[in-house]
Design a protein around this ligand. Structure first.
Ligand SMILES: Nc1ncnc2c1ncn2[C@@H]1O[C@H](COP(=O)(O)OP(=O)(O)OP(=O)(O)O)[C@@H](O)[C@H]1O
Ligand SMILES: [Mg+2]
Length: 252
C-alpha cells in the first residue's frame, strides 16, 4: 500500500456458513479518490461495505486505515475513523427541518451547554447556498425536507458528512429509482466529495454513472476482485467489453 491510502483491505474473506460472499479481497481507497465498485447481484459489494463500516467482521484478512491496522472494527470506531455511509432511504428524517437534519445527533451547543440554534441555522444557511446549491428563496434552514427529492436528500446527507469531517463517504446504489435530473444532481454531489479533498466508494449497477464519477473502477465477480482499472487507462467501451467478458468467463 502507499502511505497515502485512506483504507486498505488485505486478503479479506467473509463467509456466512457455507456461503463464501467474499474471497481474498484486496481493495484500497486513496486520498481524494472516488472508487467505483461494479458487480452483478450477489457479487459481494454490500458485504464489502458492511465490513468497512464495521457492521460485519471479516472471517479472515486485515483492514488498514491510514496505514494503521485496525482489528475488530466496530460501527462507532469506523465512524470515528471517518467512514460515513449515505443511504437513500434512511438518509434523513422527513418531518424535521433542514437544520435539524444537518445537526441531528451532533448538535452545536453554546459554552453553557445549551443548543446553539442560531448558529446551527446560520451554518445550514451557509451550506444551503454554498455546497448544496439551493438558490431558491423557498428553501430556508427551517424548511421541512419532506418535499426534497431523492437526489437532494442524499445531497444533504453528503454535505452533512463532509461538514462533520467524513474521510470516506460510501454510496450504495444511490441512483436507484432516481429520475434523470435527480441522478445528475447526485453525481454532482459525488464530485463535491472530491472537491472537498475526501474519498468516496460509489456502488451502482449503472456503468455509465460509475464511469462518470470514478477515478478508479473495481470489478467484483462472485466474491472476488475480477479486475481493477484507472479510468484514465480505459474507455467506457473497453470497460463494457471487460464486464461482458467477466460475466461470460468469470475472469478478464
Ligand atoms: N447476512 C447474510 N447471510 C447470508 N448470506 C449473505 C448475507 N449477506 C450477504 N449474503 C450473501 O452474500 C453474497 C453477496 O451478497 P451482497 O449483498 O454483498 O451482494 P451485492 O453485490 O451487494 O448484490 P446486489 O447488487 O444485489 O446488492 C450473496 O450470495 C448473498 O446472498
Ligand atoms: Mg448490494
Amino acid at each position: 500500500m502507499t502511505e497515502n491510502d485512506r483504507l486498505e483491505l488485505r486478503n479479506i474473506s467473509k463467509s456466512f456458513g457455507e456461503v463464501h460472499s467474499l474471497r481474498n479481497i484486496n481493495f484500497r481507497v486513496g486520498r481524494n479518490e472516488v472508487v467505483g465498485l461494479l458487480g452483478d447481484n450477489g457479487a459481494g459489494k454490500s458485504t464489502l461495505i458492511k465490513i468497512i463500516t464495521g457492521y460485519h467482521q471479516p472471517s479472515s484478512g486485515e483492514l488498514y486505515f491510514n496505514g494503521q491496522r485496525v482489528d475488530h472494527l466496530t460501527v462507532p470506531r469506523a465512524r470515528e475513523l471517518g467512514v460515513e455511509t449515505v443511504y437513500q432511504e434512511r438518509a434523513l428524517a422527513d418531518q424535521q427541518s433542514l437544520w435539524r437534519n444537518i445537526f441531528i445527533g451532533r448538535e452545536l451547543t453554546t459554552r453553557f451547554g445549551f443548543l446553539d440554534v442560531k448558529k446551527m441555522r446560520a451554518e445550514t444557511d451557509r451550506l444551503m447556498r454554498g455546497e448544496l446549491g439551493f438558490t431558491s428563496t423557498a428553501v430556508t434552514p427551517d424548511s421541512s425536507i419532506k418535499g426534497f427529492s431523492g437526489g437532494e436528500k442524499q445531497g444533504v446527507a453528503i454535505v452533512r458528512a463532509l461538514y462533520f469531517h467524513a474521510e470516506i463517504i460510501i454510496l450504495d446504489e444511490p441512483t436507484m429509482g432516481l429520475a434523470l435530473s435527480e441522478t445528475r444532481k447526485l453525481l454532482n454531489f459525488v464530485r463535491e466529495i472530491k472537491t472537498a479533498g475526501k474519498s468516496c466508494i460509489f456502488i451502482d449497477h449503472n456503468v455509465f454513472h460509475v464511469y462518470d464519477v470514478a477515478d478508479r473502477i473495481v470489478l467484483l465477480d462472485r466474491g472476488t476482485v475480477a479486475g481493477e482499472f484507472r479510468k484514465a487507462d480505459l474507455s467506457l467501451n473497453e470497460l463494457l467489453d471487460k464486464m461482458q467478458h467477466v460475466a461470460e468467463t468469470g475472469s478478464l
